[in-house]
Design a protein around this ligand. Sequence first.
Ligand SMILES: [Zn+2]
Length: 262
Amino acid sequence: MLCYPDRRSALRAGAAVAAGALAAACTPAGPAAPAKAAPDKPAAPAKAAPAKAAPAPRRFAGQPVEIGHGPRGRPGVALTFHGNGDPAVAKAVLAEAERAGARVTVLAIGAWLDAHPEMARRILDGGHELGNHTQRHLAINTLPEEQAYAEITGCADRLKRLTGSIGTWFRPSQTQYATPLVRKLAQRAGYPHVLSYDVDSLDFTSPGAAAVVRTVIGPIQGGSVVSLHFGYADTVDAMPPLLEELARRKLRAVTTTELLTP
Ligand SMILES: [Zn+2]
C-alpha cells in the first residue's frame, strides 16, 4: 500500500494516479479491496492527515497541576517559547537550538498557527515539543469563563487538526500563573497540567542578547523552566551564547516532557 508522508507529496503523486488510488493511500494494510467495492461516486479529496499524531498531554505523578519547574539536582532545563511572530525568526531560533543539540518547547498561539500552519510540523520535525498558548493571547485570567475556555479550545482544535494532538502542554497567555478557574478550564480541555516557569528571560523587552543571556544564566538551575519568545532578534542572537553557557555548567536543554520524566 502506498503511503504518502504528507499532503503535498500525496497531491504530487495524485497527479499520476487515479483518484480512487489516491483516496486509498494510508488506509490500514490488509487484503486489497475487490474492484466492485470501489466507490461509484468520485472519491473525496485526500484529507491532510498528519503523518503521525504528535504526543498527547500526560499527567505527571507527583507534579502539581501548575508546573513551575522540574526536579532539582538533575542536569535538564526546559527552554520554552511563546510561539508567535515572524516565522523566519522562529526558524532561526529552532536552527540555533538544533545546531547545539538542544530540544525546546514551543507554546504556539492559535492565530499564529492559522497564519503559518507549516510551523507546527517544523517544530515537531526538529524533535521539539509543541503546546497551546491560547488562540489570541488575551489576558486569559481576566476573561469570563466561556471566553477563557474558547481561547484554550480554539488553539487546541488547531493543534489537533495540524498534528493529530491538542499539544503536550498548555500555557496561559499574559500571565506567569493561571487562576484556579483557568487551571480548571485547561484540565477540562484535556491538559492535566498548566505549564508555568521559574526563569523569565525578559527577551520580549529587547534588552540585547547579552542581557538575555545574563538574565537567564543568573537564576537558572537544574530543573528550571525558562520563558522565552519567538519574534525577537535578541533571542536568536542569545541562543548560541546561552547554549554554550548551559553546556559549561553541565546543563542540557531538553523538552519539558523529558525534564519531568524520571
Ligand atoms: Zn505569551
